[in-house]
Design a protein around this ligand. Structure first.
Ligand code: IMP
Length: 431
């Protein structure tokens, strides 16, 4: 039996969905522990593409339990649409395959309205480039002890009372500060009552279920969303998301103790991307950056925004290795580099004339860092068809070994294309 946490080791969009999908084969249960529908996983099964925002990608495997832990924030409308789409494609035949913890916080219409209006009004350094899904404002209310949980939503009187209680303050803020239209309590209550009726069948307790299953010897996969550098505490604050994206979040976001976590696998592209604002030392604002974006199809699964692109950043990766206690690294999108004659790896920064080997803890300092690169030769060949590490071109093998050396973390998986069969496993964390 093993429990494995999957985290994004960069700024999100590392290809976690595919890796989770592959590891799900070995697990009985897959749990999400933070974030909401700001995430987006594009999965390719056969020739069919499925985009998931909230439901763990394990849902595509019959008989696997998918659990949404208390650390997640849930937009009921999006969640139910996702269920409908999955059912229309023949997935989720058995509703007991999906369990949502009663303590998840519900994204309310005012959260979305505030998120969008704030971003619209923000200028300069105050712009975060959020996904506009209401994620930040929902977590603010959770921490501020004025949130609405799923367990409230399914009890009509309690839900209506909370909407009546919280809405006046939200409307005051929306109208008087942000200059937006106020929201109507009765409309919200009616709309959400319909969601509650459908949601109630998925209500459960993530902590009880997962701990029972750990005791029963299940293999369990914890699926992180976003990336380590977007963590609210350890990321490039304030250009972060509002949840604990690191491996530690798997414990607080599901109610499983740290002693039950066996392995932490960080997912990283063979280069780097970022969406939204914030410092990004290896960013390429040139033809090479454009080539990476085009070849890697780097457009957001959730918002469709073009992603910023850059060379692999080992300084940032070492930070993710340390803050997550990473035991293994999964490298995705190797094939995007197939044509390159030379590949650059950032191994240190220059900050005001000083060499920095560690990632600055302050985003303002990071914004003044410029990369110090080591150049390695590209493999300039097609990787498809390679079924093992030994079958990769020697220069591709050398690139991976170099990434291990500069990050201090062993590579356990390499993805050489979007399909499931375009994956090489060097070590299976489930044993
Ligand atoms: P929020 O999570 O919508 O509040 O956005 C905060 C920051 O996190 C913005 O820079 C977003 O672009 C970024 N972000 C949120 N979710 C993802 C994701 O799944 N992938 C990459 N970036 C994300």
């Amino acid at each position: 039996m093993a429990t494995v946490v999957i985290v994004g080791a960069q700024w999100g969009d590392e290809g976690k969905g595919k890796v989770v999908d592959i590891y799900t084969e070995y697990a009985q249960d897959v749990a999400r522990y933070q974030g909401g529908n700001n995430a987006g996983h594009t999965l390719v099964v056969g020739n069919e593409k499925t985009v998931l925002h909230l439901i763990p990608s394990g849902i595509l495997h019959e008989g696997k339990r998918c659990i949404i832990g208390n650390g997640v924030v849930l937009d009921p409308k999006v969640f139910l649409q996702e269920i409908d789409n999955l059912k229309a494609k023949g997935y989720l035949k058995d509703d007991s395959q999906l369990v949502v913890d009663g303590n998840v916080h519900i994204i309310m219409p005012w959260h979305k309205a505030i998120d969008i209006a704030r971003e619209k009004a923000a200028t300069g350094a105050r712009k975060i480039g959020t996904t506009g899904r209401g994620i930040g404002p929902t977590y603010e209310d959770k921490i501020g002890r004025r949130g609405i949980r799923l367990s409230d939503l399914v009890r009509p009187e309690i839900f209506a009372r909370k909407v009546e209680e919280f809405l006046p303050e939200k409307n005051f803020f929306l109208e008087k500060f942000l200059g937006e239209a106020p929201l109507d309590a009765q409309e919200i209550v009616a709309e959400y009552a319909a969601y509650a009726q459908r949601l109630v069948r998925y209500l459960g307790c993530a902590s009880t279920l997962l701990n029972e299953n750990i005791a029963a010897g299940h293999n369990i996969l914890f699926e992180g969303a976003q990336g380590s550098l977007l963590d609210v505490d350890h990321g490039t604050y304030p250009y972060v998301t509002s949840s604990s994206t690191l491996a530690g979040g798997a414990c607080t976001g599901t109610g499983v103790g740290p002693r039950f976590i066996d392995a932490v696998i960080g997912i990283s592209k063979a280069y780097v991307t970022r969406v939204g604002e914030g410092p990004f030392p290896t960013e390429l604002n040139d033809a090479m950056g454009e080539q990476l974006r085009r070849t890697g199809q780097e457009f957001g699964a959730t918002t469709g925004r073009p992603r910023r692109t850059g060379w692999f950043d080992a300084v940032a990766l070492r930070e993710a290795v340390r803050t997550n206690g990473m035991t293994g690294l999964a490298i995705t999108k190797m094939d995007v580099l197939n044509e390159l004659e030379t590949i650059r790896i950032c191994t240190a920064y220059d900050c005001d004339g000083k060499r920095l080997e560690t990632f600055p803890r302050d985003a303002e300092v990071l914004s003044r860092c410029t990369p110090i690169y080591e150049d390695v030769p590209g493999w300039q060949s097609d990787l498809s068809g390679a079924k093992s590490f030994a079958e990769l071109p020697a220069k591709a093998q050398a690139y991976l070994r170099k990434l291990e050396a500069v990050t201090g973390c062993p590579v356990v998986l390499v993805s050489i294309g979007p399909r499931r069969d375009e994956t090489i496993q060097l070590l299976n964390p489930f044993g």
